[in-house]
Design a protein around this ligand. Structure first.
Ligand SMILES: Cc1cc2nc3c(=O)[nH]c(=O)nc-3n(C[C@H](O)[C@H](O)[C@H](O)COP(=O)(O)OP(=O)(O)OC[C@H]3O[C@@H](n4cnc5c(N)ncnc54)[C@H](O)[C@@H]3O)c2cc1C
Length: 288
């Protein structure tokens, strides 16, 4: 009844319902021992993908934890650590319900965010000109899911490089994620935007070029989502704007046509973000 056909198709990929969820949990347990090795490699697509099931309650986090405890391997321990984040964010929003609208870190309230409908739209469509970001954003639109390693990068890019309000990203994720969950999404967005509950006393900006080189060195994930870059050699795939003209031509790419020019310079926007965030904190007192 009134169920959007696209949502139905996306959900089918995850197998809705308890029976499918239990099958997915058994698969996750089998793969758990190797989880630590593969969990940061989006091309392997080897995380559990249990997040929609946990969100809808078709499996129980407690049961999963109990079964993982029996395994006693490093991989199972690492997976339990990730599941603990889920409890952490549930606790944070439960204790601080104002976080739904406001930055958990009071010093960051009233931050001067940029406004750019053009940049926000390009980010949403996976047309920023930065392959690691665009691949993730296109995966989100196509599958209603995105790998965690890339979620962190696209959130950092939106809030630091584009300096756009984290609430835009939070809303877009809630609209498209099958695992979209207020506690998890809000907590992670605030964390990635350096405005939330965060134990790290330094300012975090993911470098999408280095992230891609490190976590997708063969470009398998990026080429999967950006077929227009398929012919670009590995060494230029993370930063096509730095590729020599003849290399781009050979790969059939004209920047600004098949694939966009970058919206912003990564180095300059990083420096601007550091200065703007620092000013904001200084204005409101106590540095960490
Ligand atoms: C900006 C941003 C927004 C996010 N929004 C959501 C959201 O709306 N809903 C959601 O469930 N997760 C969210 N996450 C957390 C994480 O990305 C997903 O839980 C994970 O990618 C789901 O894939 P998986 O089940 O294969 O994870 P696995 O790596 O297999 O991890 C197993 C389970 O641990 C939990 N988990 C892992 N990482 C996190 C984390 N960082 N925070 C909380 N729980 C975690 C999830 O329940 C996950 O299903 C977000 C992360 C970021 C950076």
């Amino acid at each position: 009844m009134g169920v959007d056909a696209r949502a139905k198709r996306l959900a089918a990929g995850f197998g809705p319902g308890e029976r499918a969820a239990r099958r997915a949990m058994r698969r996750a347990l089998t793969g758990a021992d190797d989880y630590g090795r593969v969990r940061n490699l989006p091309a392997e697509d080897a995380t559990t993908k249990l997040s929609p099931q946990l969100h809808f309650g078709t499996i129980s986090a407690r049961e999963l934890e109990a079964l993982l405890l029996e395994r006693e391997t490093e991989g199972a321990l690492e997976l339990r650590r990730q599941i603990a984040w889920r409890d952490f964010w549930l606790n944070v929003i439960g204790r601080f319900p104002a976080n739904r609208d406001l930055e958990h870190d009071e010093r960051m309230r009233g931050m001067r965010w940029r406004r750019s409908a053009r940049d926000l739209d390009a980010w949403k469509r996976g047309r920023t000109g930065v392959p690691w970001i665009d691949a993730g954003m296109r995966q989100l639109l196509a599958q209603g899911w995105m790998h965690n390693r890339v979620r962190m990068a696209v959130a950092s890019y939106l809030t630091k490089n584009l300096l756009l309000d984290w609430r835009h990203g939070e809303a877009h994720f809630m609209r498209h994620l099958l695992d979209g969950d207020e506690a998890q999404n809000n907590g992670n967005w605030q964390w990635a935007g350096s405005v939330g509950a965060d134990a790290q006393p330094y300012f975090r900006i993911f470098n999408p070029v280095r992230q891609q080189q490190r976590f997708d060195p063969d470009g398998i994930y990026v080429r999967r989502w950006l077929p227009e870059l398929a012919e670009l050699p590995d060494r230029h795939l993370a930063a096509p704007w730095e590729a020599p003209g003849p290399v781009l031509a050979e790969a059939g790419i004209e920047l600004g046509s098949e694939y966009p020019e970058p919206l912003v310079d990564l180095g300059e926007s990083r420096a601007e973000a550091i200065s703007r965030f620092r000013d904001q904190r200084d204005r409101n007192g106590s540095a960490d």
